[in-house]
Design a protein around this ligand. Structure first.
Ligand code: NAI
Length: 426
């Protein structure tokens, strides 16, 4: 579709400053929930019209949790805001305007801001490796989880067809997960659960040929976790026949195989690519300072360096001289902090943030490793096992943003225990 000239959006009331938020992730939503609508007119721009509770995304790939249970429409997250379903593609600092592109027909329009908050997250990092975009599936959005779920079931159905030779059956039932960070590990764990429960019961003749390989470039999986906890995850995987290849990278992905740096070829029916975050095209196009990972550099008040009215937080940003992980909890805390700061600035009528700079509270890290076992690395303790899995579940249940989400997730978990996960493909 050709790009038509941007259509300017009418000024949305002149009395209050226009606060434009780019994104609907953890950072954006925690800001939107706290910002004072008495002091700002808030416009949210994002191609995704809902908030996604991504820590539970791996569970949706096998149906432990249903897709709609972990999303909340942005229009319901805070009444009184304006929302545009579009992608920010350009920024004009002089006219304080963001150029946006509609998701479906790519028509462009512009939105004026007095204060701009960039929390557009990240995209999948492929390191330019051949065949990844064409043949691998990612795990970032619900659509990705849906694709993975359908592919797993489809591969089992195809493997059960008559006249299929053994190598082809084995290929279809082999899943390769690339990247041993929390995303890759949690997905492999969920798939191992699905295979040992529902797929064993419903495909008894095929399940022996099925297996999972996790490929990790570093010397251990879950490198951000304590070594003892990562070893525990390795033991759980070993017991469940998940093969872990460390110190191994992927050179190429084809329609039927993954080629490793060692020269080994792994025939497979599904490749899930989870090698971490990269910057979005929009962030890379901005005329601001970025770090080596292409994240926007901000000061301690989350203000983009050398800018007065532009802020950035979450996975697309980094604070100068203040290292922090790219996690949901950091983005959430940053969003809430910035809302408080902006509210205070509006009340004082001051253009400058004052008081405390952003400081994150470390609530620790959790990861599910399968077989009803999880890891917890908390500031005060480290733990693993079944008790930690119960803690993992209760922690995420309390963190879900709406009562509806909490009820649905609780219902899904109960349903999976009582009736098993669904194996229909549609
Ligand atoms: P990640 O960046 O944490 O892990 C990616 C992994 O892929 C790394 O271990 C890296 O060594 C490996 N890798 C990179 N290139 C590779 C290649 N070519 N071949 C094989 N392996 C390769 O990414 P992830 O898991 O997607 O997480 C993204 C962010 O979100 C991280 O900051 C993570 O901590 C956070 N997160 C935290 C969760 C939790 O605490 N439960 C859950 C999910 C994400």
């Amino acid at each position: 579709m050709e790009n038509r000239p941007p259509v300017a959006v009418k000024s949305i009331g002149k009395m209050k400053p226009q606060l434009v938020v780019l994104g609907t992730g953890f950072g954006a939503v925690s800001l939107i929930k706290k910002i004072s609508l008495a002091h700002y007119d808030v416009t949210v721009v994002s191609p995704r019209n809902h908030f996604l509770f991504s820590p539970l995304l791996p569970s949706t790939t096998v149906g432990t949790i249903e897709f709609r249970s972990i999303i909340e429409p942005i229009r319901l997250a805070r009444k009184g805001i304006t929302y545009f379903q579009a992608t920010a593609v350009d920024l004009d600092k002089m006219s304080k305007t963001v150029v946006c592109e509609q998701v479906e027909d790519k028509r462009r329009f512009s939105v004026k801001y007095d204060k701009l908050i960039i929390c557009v997250g990240a995209v999948n990092n492929t390191f330019g490796i051949e065949g990844v975009y064409e043949h691998a599936l990612f795990l970032r959005e619900l659509i990705d989880a849906r694709r993975i779920r359908n592919r797993i079931i489809d591969n089992f159905e195809r493997a059960a067809l008559p006249a299929l030779d053994e190598p082809e059956q084995k290929r279809l039932l082999h899943t390769v997960v690339v990247g041993g960070g929390p995303t890759g590990v949690e997905f492999a764990a969920e798939l191992a659960d699905f295979m040992s429960d529902e797929l064993t019961a419903t495909f008894p003749a095929q399940i022996q040929a099925a297996n999972i390989t996790l490929v990790e470039a570093g010397k251990q999986i879950l490198s951000t976790f304590d070594e003892g906890l990562a070893d525990y995850a390795m033991k759980v995987f070993k017991r469940r026949n998940v093969t872990v290849l460390t110190n191994t990278t992927v050179k190429k992905v084809t329609a039927t195989a993954v080629l490793l740096s060692s020269g080994q070829e792994l025939p497979c029916g599904l490749v899930v690519w989870s090698t971490g975050n990269g910057a979005t095209a929009f962030v890379k196009s901005l005329p601001f300072e970025r770090d080596k990972a292409q994240r926007l550099v901000t000061d301690g008040y989350l203000r983009v360096k050398n800018e007065l009215d532009i802020f950035a937080l979450g996975d697309c940003a980094t604070i100068e001289n203040y290292t922090q992980p790219a996690t949901a909890q950091v983005a959430q805390q940053a969003g809430a902090y910035l809302a408080t700061q902006l509210n205070a600035m509006a009340k004082r009528g001051s253009p400058e943030p004052v008081g405390e700079k952003f400081k994150r509270i470390n609530f620790g890290m959790l990861a599910y490793v399968g077989d009803n076992r999880a890891l917890a690395e908390l500031p005060q303790a480290k733990s693993s096992g079944i008790g930690t899995w119960l803690f993992w579940r209760s922690a995420y249940l309390t963190k879900l943003i709406s009562l509806k989400n909490k009820a649905l997730v609780l219902f899904d978990w109960t349903k999976a225990i009582l009736f098993g996960r669904d194996i229909s493909r549609f």
